[in-house]
Design a protein around this ligand. Structure first.
Ligand SMILES: NC(=O)c1ccc[n+]([C@@H]2O[C@H](COP(=O)([O-])OP(=O)(O)OC[C@H]3O[C@@H](n4cnc5c(N)ncnc54)[C@H](OP(=O)(O)O)[C@@H]3O)[C@@H](O)[C@H]2O)c1
Length: 344
């Protein structure tokens, strides 16, 4: 019918409604687009694209209906503006505008409701995300809204709700566990204990602390590989090789942020934002974390662990050898010889 971010398009639609339909009694704003990316990489165009339908769009609807007697004025906002969502800074801001608009309208004595929806199942923008992005969502403890339940929630909120309501199935303890440590979340204080006591240690650090020194390197390696596999949505941690660059395994910049957050949480420390660029393989990460980050003694016999892991990695990669070209095979063999020489 038109572009909601263009005032003249919206005005034309209102004229058509006035001319041919019964009086308008309610508005549901559900236009939106996604264009995700880590904040540093977002272009201004990615902002304006996502802001258009939400910021200008909802404002035009407000302006053109403020003198009408409406029963409801509902904005389909997102949980991104209520709880945050990595890689969705532009989308969170756009939805945040609609949340504020609902309060503003109420202040004027007009109906206003902003629903911060979690991801809907089956159809729509969340369901059309690729499986990796869906996995990313689910791994934060947030599961999808079945359309029937969502419609029930909408029905019950339409005429009797405060200005802003979040609707989402969520496992709060799982959600709390993946939050970066040390960040204050006053908004969530009533729902989850987000500030661990100073003496409380993460389960992994506790396990590391009681382990014999000679076993710590192996524990750290296994922990890293399983956190990486989880972030990448891999079932088998053996697919995370010791020397394979993580970006070659499919890690993207959003996942890199997520992985860093997970490690900060399990290691209870702040890690540099360039961590995965400076230490792009499991092997280099383990070495850096053991030597410079975790304040515990680690065995000098790192090599034993490396040998075992390399063996494991090699066994799982053997089946790939037949698919390599002669040049690739030669490069791979040279790399392995180099690795073995370092171990001798
Ligand atoms: N689905 C979810 O899981 C979810 C979760 C939280 C919040 N929400 C919010 O709920 C709303 C509906 O989501 P959805 O899943 O139904 O999204 P969707 O399937 O991607 O549909 C979005 C709709 O918005 C329209 N649109 C985009 N820009 C527009 C513009 N400038 N002017 C007019 N129409 C425009 C699109 O029209 P065209 O197809 O013609 O481009 C499309 O029909 C969105 O506002 C979204 O942010 C959805």
């Amino acid at each position: 019918l038109g572009d909601i971010s263009h005032q003249e398009d919206v005005a034309k639609i209102f004229q058509q409604i006035q001319a041919s339909l019964p009086p308008l009694k309610g508005v549901i704003h559900s236009a939106g687009v996604l264009d995700d990316g880590v904040m540093q990489n977002l272009s201004w165009q990615q902002f304006t694209k996502v802001m258009g339908p939400k910021v200008q769009g909802s404002w035009h609807l407000h302006e053109l209906t403020k003198d009408l007697t409406l029963d409801f004025f509902v904005c389909f906002s997102s949980i991104a503006s209520m709880l945050g969502s990595s890689g969705q800074g532009n989308y969170a801001a756009a939805n945040g505008f609609m949340d504020a608009l609902a309060y503003y309208r109420r202040g004027l004595g007009l109906p206003g409701l902003s629903i911060n929806w979690g991801a809907w199942a089956s159809a729509g923008m969340a369901a059309s995300l690729d499986s990796r992005n869906q996995h990313r969502f689910q791994s934060t403890g947030i599961s999808s809204i079945e359309p029937e339940r969502g419609m029930q929630a909408l029905g019950s909120l339409l005429f009797d709700a405060p200005g802003q309501v979040g609707v989402l199935p969520i496992d709060w303890s799982k959600f709390a566990n993946q939050l970066p440590r040390g960040v204050k979340r006053p908004f969530l204080e009533g729902l989850i204990s987000v500030e661990p006591s100073v003496t409380e240690k993460s389960a992994f650090l506790e396990q590391l602390e009681v382990a014999p020194v000679s076993e710590r390197e192996e524990l750290l390696t296994t922990h890293l590989r399983s956190v990486i596999a989880k972030t990448l949505g891999l079932q088998d941690i053996r697919k995370v090789g010791m020397r394979q660059p993580l970006f070659d395994l499919g890690l993207d910049s959003l996942m890199a942020v997520e992985l860093k957050n997970r490690l900060e949480s399990s290691l209870e420390t702040s890690l540099r934002s360039t961590l995965l660029f400076d230490y792009p393989t499991v092997e280099t990460l383990v070495e850096y974390l053991a030597k410079d980050v975790i304040e515990m003694d680690f065995s000098d016999e790192i090599q034993n662990v490396e040998e075992e892991n390399l063996f494991e990695e090699e066994s799982s990669q053997l089946s790939d050898v037949t698919e390599l070209s002669e040049t690739e095979l030669e490069a791979s063999v040279l790399e392995e010889i180099e690795a073995l020489e370092k171990l001798i």
